[in-house]
Design a protein around this ligand. Structure first.
Ligand SMILES: Cc1ncc(COP(=O)(O)O)c(C=O)c1O
Length: 397
């Protein structure tokens, strides 16, 4: 059984703050600053360029990939870290399309995060006018996997509502139709158990700055099923994905398996912070995390509905149908969230009217939830949000 008091003690959380936004940016793992400082002074400072070999910097992308892979049911050697999630989406969809050259449609849903849709729009524009991005409502996805669909690209947990797609069923449906799947696990990795191998998923991508707590700008990851890895031709064919980067050949030859999904120089400082964050995950069982997360989200919904009648639940009521976040709709949600933050409870806001709260058992417990709801209730009952200062929109909401 995971000791959640012990995992909570591994984070530097500010006093008097209840942090319900770890679904957007995880907090600082206590060990990360020391680890990064050591990497900078002892490795970068003293080893200089020899750190690539001596300190193992060059192997970090796949080492970290395996540690993340453990949380998402990936086979060893099938995940690599690097770049940003937007880049990894592009890479995965481009490779998936090349595996189905006879079809020209990428199917996605309107609950997907915009960058996924934007990246595919840009990719398809460069491939030619015969390519199409088809976007349907989330519940229309199963009926829309038609014979012309080359790639089904979905985010498993909807970033706004927390609604969960059935990865196994949709992957099966896609495969029965000869469609290749790309799953975005941004709101899944570290939030819910994922079984990429058991689902026979083809490609998956995700970020490490949310539930994995790798820090702002932490690298993304990409998964390619081992049965496909040697057939995949990377569209972003950077030198570090080459079979022999230090041969400096003029022609590109893809590296072994997942190594070919590397692009350029890895962000070693960020990866060092991520490795400290992954140490916390070594102490946790994702099944325990899921069970606790359901307890916390159920408690939150029950208490908010009792105390704040003006808020309307925007997440599925059935915990099996949602990820590790809960959203409520409120017309003045932006101002209400600003007021809440000013009172020490941090969540976030997604236009047009969604107040979003993430539940992360590694460092949030039932007492935090009760306390957060009492502050929210005070703000709603006494309209503490209804002041000009809370209505000024900031750049990041
Ligand atoms: C589902 C999903 N995909 C992609 C992104 C963003 O990608 P990037 O890390 O490139 O900013 C997010 C950011 O929250 C997301 O929620």
């Amino acid at each position: 059984m995971t000791d959640f008091a012990a995992t909570k003690a591994m984070f530097d959380l500010p006093k008097d703050v209840i942090y319900l936004d770890g679904n957007s940016l995880g907090p600082l793992p206590h060990a990360a600053s020391g680890r990064v400082s050591d990497m900078m002074t002892r490795e970068w400072g003293q080893m200089l360029i020899t750190g690539w070999n001596k300190a193992g910097w060059m192997a970090m992308p796949t080492k970290l990939g395996d540690r993340i892979g453990h949380l998402i049911g990936a086979e060893p050697g099938s995940v690599v870290t690097g770049d940003t999630l937007s880049i990894k989406v592009y890479q995965a969809v481009a490779s998936a399309l090349e595996l189905r050259p006879d079809r020209k449609v990428v199917l996605s849903d309107s609950g997907n995060f915009p960058t996924d849709l934007y990246m595919v729009e840009g990719l398809l524009r460069s491939l030619g006018p015969e390519y199409e991005l088809r976007v349907v409502a989330p519940d229309e996805v199963p009926g829309s996997i038609t014979e012309d669909v080359a790639v089904l690209m979905l985010t498993e947990v909807d970033y706004r509502s927390g609604r969960l797609h059935d990865m196994k069923a949709l992957t099966e449906l896609a495969h029965a139709n000869g469609t290749i799947t790309v799953w975005d696990l941004a709101h899944s990795a570290g939030a819910i158990p994922v079984d990429l191998s058991g689902c026979s998923a083809d490609f998956a991508v995700g970020c490490t700055y949310k539930y994995l707590n790798g820090g702002p700008g932490a690298p993304a990851f990409v998964y390619v099923a081992p049965r496909l890895a040697e057939r995949v031709r990377p569209a972003l064919s950077g030198w570090l994905g080459h079979e022999a980067p230090f041969a400096f050949d003029l022609d590109y030859r893809p590296g072994d398996g997942i190594e070919r999904m590397r692009v350029g120089t890895p962000p070693v400082i960020q990866m060092t912070a991520l490795s400290a964050a992954m140490d916390v995950w070594d102490m946790a069982d994702i099944q325990d995390v899921r069970a606790k997360s359901i307890e916390l989200t159920e408690l939150f919904i029950e208490r908010v509905e009792a105390a704040c009648p003006g808020l309307e639940l925007a997440s599925p009521r059935d915990p099996e149908q949602r990820g590790s976040q809960v959203s409520f709709r409120f017309a003045d949600g932006y101002a209400a969230m600003q007021a809440l933050i000013a009172h020490g409870v941090i969540g976030d806001f997604r236009a047009p009217d969604i107040m979003r709260f993430g539940f992360t058992p590694l460092y949030i417990d039932a007492q935090d939830v009760e306390h957060a709801v009492s502050i929210l209730a005070d703000i709603m009952t006494n309209r503490l949000w209804d002041t000009p200062e809370f209505k000024v929109r900031q750049r990041v909401t």
